[in-house]
Write a protein that binds this ligand. Structure first.
Ligand SMILES: [Zn+2]
Length: 225
């Protein structure tokens, strides 16, 4: 679950405003409060432009490095958020039956190509002792993990594990369907190819419970529509 610390340390070390320059990173932490370096990203984008033979000073590109820098900060905003904040039980409200939120749209960034992948996340859980989270929190949880450099498999398990450990329900099932631009517009170029991943925790390991969730999630359409 924890992110590789290799680039974090370099970034933190160069940020003079960070007083904890040499503080060890917490192994359990899945987010940080480190600041981003827009200039460093923009400088890198300028190098890419030069590398492909473009002229970064021509009028159409003059602001591009800064725009791309801002875009990457937005696409990685989840790195600087605490996912645990989205799995706090709602005070007062209780419910004991299966809860499903389907078709949560997500946009993430493939960590192998820095190319977007977009799709939908479906989350099912069965509360324990009535503990539930606000429905919008499941979307926020998805967003927090999606807005990072990711692989779809890890994105799926991180959402499932955080909900399972934070809310302590009887079970959690997370299914993600996504289209990876690194696969559809480059490489094997298979437009429309969907990658489907799932993570199952607790009582969803029982076939009957899982089947009920799958029927509610996908009904007649089948998982691949
Ligand atoms: Zn990729």
């Amino acid at each position: 679950m924890s992110r590789s610390p290799r680039n974090l340390k370099a970034d933190i070390a160069k940020d003079k405003s960070n007083v904890e320059t040499n503080a060890p990173l917490e192994a359990e932490s899945t987010h940080t409060n480190r600041v981003v370096d827009l200039k460093k990203i923009a400088d890198g984008v300028r190098l890419i432009l030069e590398g492909i033979g473009e002229d970064p000073t021509r009028s159409g590109l003059i602001r591009t490095p800064e725009r791309v820098a801002e875009m990457y900060v937005e696409l990685t905003a989840g790195m600087r958020e605490d996912p645990q904040a989205h799995v706090q039980p709602l005070p007062g409200d209780t419910h004991d039956e299966m809860v499903i939120v389907k078709d949560i749209t997500l946009a993430s960034v493939c960590e192998h190509h820095l190319a977007p992948f977009v799709g939908r996340c479906h989350i099912a859980y069965i509360p324990k002792n009535g503990r539930i989270v606000g429905l919008s929190k499941l979307a926020r949880l998805t967003e927090t993990f999606a807005r990072r450099l990711q692989v779809q498999e890890r994105l799926t398990t991180e959402i499932a594990d955080t909900l399972y450990q934070g809310l302590k329900p009887l079970g959690v099932m997370v299914v993600i369907e996504a289209e990876h631009t690194c696969m559809t517009i480059r490489g094997v170029k298979k437009p429309g190819a969907q990658t489907i991943t799932s993570a199952i925790r607790g009582c969803f390991k029982e076939a009957r419970t899982r089947a009920e969730a799958m029927a509610l999630l996908f009904g007649g359409r089948g998982i691949e529509r």
